[in-house]
Design a protein around this ligand. Structure first.
Ligand SMILES: *[C@@H]1O[C@H](CO)[C@@H](O)[C@H](O)[C@H]1NC(C)=O
Ligand SMILES: *[C@@H]1O[C@H](CO)[C@@H](O)[C@H](O)[C@H]1NC(C)=O
Ligand SMILES: *[C@@H]1O[C@H](CO)[C@@H](O)[C@H](O)[C@H]1NC(C)=O
Ligand SMILES: *[C@@H]1O[C@H](CO)[C@@H](O)[C@H](O)[C@H]1NC(C)=O
Ligand SMILES: *[C@@H]1O[C@H](CO)[C@@H](O)[C@H](O)[C@H]1NC(C)=O
Ligand SMILES: *[C@@H]1O[C@H](CO)[C@@H](O)[C@H](O)[C@H]1NC(C)=O
Ligand SMILES: *[C@@H]1O[C@H](CO)[C@@H](O)[C@H](O)[C@H]1NC(C)=O
Ligand SMILES: *[C@@H]1O[C@H](CO)[C@@H](O)[C@H](O)[C@H]1NC(C)=O
Ligand SMILES: *[C@@H]1O[C@H](CO)[C@@H](O)[C@H](O)[C@H]1NC(C)=O
Ligand SMILES: CC(=O)N[C@H]1CO[C@H](CO)[C@@H](O)[C@@H]1O
Length: 312
């Protein structure tokens, strides 16, 4: 219930959004570190290094940094920083440590209430909003690949994701990819649908429209306070598994892939989850505007109370 009073509280911000919000992960000003530690409030904060609490990896910015201006939530929403360092080795329940990755990711589907949330968030046509800002003090290393926002069904694939950096390659390739500094929205088959330079001083606002039954995607984007605009047409995403097998958790955070280590066996070099080179540096990204809406009442929230048509 706490979760839903949070939703209603933020939905009360109201006029800034014109369509029904079905999950609100915008961090309210009274979201506390203790709530993050306990996975109370809007996020499940369990995908992180096993030795530290969530507050070690997350910064609640309070009034020290404004969230994206798109939703006029200044004073109501706080930006949230997510970091990784060498302790960020996730150990899945009953499974071996993910030494290949360094990761901290927060998940919308809190308290293992996946089935319930999937039924409302991943049904009909829903729109996944997120705004991303660089952390100038803790930059990423573009020799590596990062996955930073995604929906993950049980098979470990991504219905869509946002990726930045140089794609992991086996054998390793230490060349920084020419498009490494672009934020890329990719479909389930890893085709890039849209990309934009990850400029350091801007809020990058994304909205990804998913038609769950027809398996299509559409992407909206804007910088800072500009209204969201469609930046793709309707894109097929047919390789997603059908029905519940194609539904999954909505993640945001920093998942840093390794470089394949030439000193490892070929099998180990291909095992991106468990092997590879990581420097262990502390790095971070800053998020706001994380929520999901339905297009049932028509359209997609574009900012400042405005609505644009869904992509068709
Ligand atoms: C956060 O503040 C809002 C009012 O701004 C309130 O309705 C809500 O219950 C508060 N949430 C918590 C967890 O204290
Ligand atoms: C969260 O966990 C850390 C580490 O155990 C602890 O120091 C801190 O007091 C907890 N709560 C907050 C608000 O940081
Ligand atoms: C995290 O914080 C909780 C209390 O908030 C504490 O019980 C627990 O021991 C801490 N865990 C770690 C890994 O620091
Ligand atoms: C980083 O973590 C790995 C895995 O736990 C460990 O083997 C390595 O020694 C650590 N590196 C540093 C610099 O602490
Ligand atoms: C999931 O959340 C809904 C809404 O709060 C609640 O009715 C339902 O009982 C929850 N289910 C579980 C398994 O916790
Ligand atoms: C979608 O929502 C409808 C109405 O609430 C429900 O009957 C149906 O089972 C849901 N479908 C999925 C795939 O969750
Ligand atoms: C970035 O990663 C590359 C490849 O592992 C490494 O050589 C380089 O030292 C790293 N840069 C920083 C600043 O850690
Ligand atoms: C290494 O990556 C660069 C940039 O993506 C690419 O142009 C080049 O062909 C790659 N080299 C190898 C050997 O794969
Ligand atoms: C989605 O598929 C249904 C049939 O399953 C069809 O009636 C509907 O027109 C399709 N919608 C779009 C936007 O393609
Ligand atoms: C943009 C696009 O069409 N992406 C892919 C969606 O899934 C199908 C089926 O796997 C691919 O063929 C498309 O390339």
């Amino acid at each position: 219930m706490q979760f839903f009073s949070g939703i209603l509280a933020l939905a009360g911000i109201g006029s800034a959004l014109a369509t029904p919000v079905i999950y609100d992960g915008r961090a309210s000003m009274n979201l506390t570190g203790d709530m993050l530690n306990a996975s109370e409030g809007p996020y499940l904060t369990v995908v992180k290094g096993s030795t530290e609490n969530a507050t070690y990896y997350a910064t609640l910015y309070e009034d020290k940094m404004a969230p994206t201006p798109l939703w006029r939530n200044v004073g109501l929403e706080q930006a949230i920083g997510i970091s990784i360092d060498n302790t960020s080795v996730f150990i899945p329940g009953g499974s071996s440590p993910q030494y290949g990755f360094r990761r901290t990711d927060f998940i919308a589907q809190v308290d293992n209430n996946h089935t319930y949330l999937d039924t409302i968030m991943e049904n009909g046509t829903t729109v996944f909003h997120v705004s991303i800002h660089a952390d100038g003090r803790l930059p990423l290393n573009y020799t590596h690949e990062y996955q930073i926002v995604w929906i993950e069904p049980d098979d470990g694939s991504h219905v869509w994701d946002i990726q930045v950096g140089t794609p992991f390659s086996d054998p390793t390739n230490r060349t920084v990819d020419p498009t490494a500094h672009n934020l890329k929205v990719r479909d389930h088959a890893l085709n890039v649908l849209f990309e934009v330079p990850f400029t350091a001083e801007d809020w990058h606002n994304f909205a990804v429209q998913v038609d769950w039954a027809n398996k299509t995607l559409g992407v909206f984007y804007s910088a800072n306070s500009e209204d969201l605009k469609a930046v793709t047409g309707l894109c097929d995403n047919d390789s997603v598994p059908s029905d519940a097998a194609g539904e999954g958790d909505y993640h945001f955070g920093v998942l840093k892939l390794p470089l394949a280590n030439p000193a490892d066996t070929p099998a180990e070099q291909a095992d991106v989850v468990h092997y590879g080179i990581q420097e262990g540096d502390k790095e971070a990204l800053i998020y706001s505007g994380f929520f999901v809406e339905s297009i049932l009442s028509g359209g997609v929230s574009a900012g400042h109370g405005g609505v644009v048509q869904a992509i068709s």
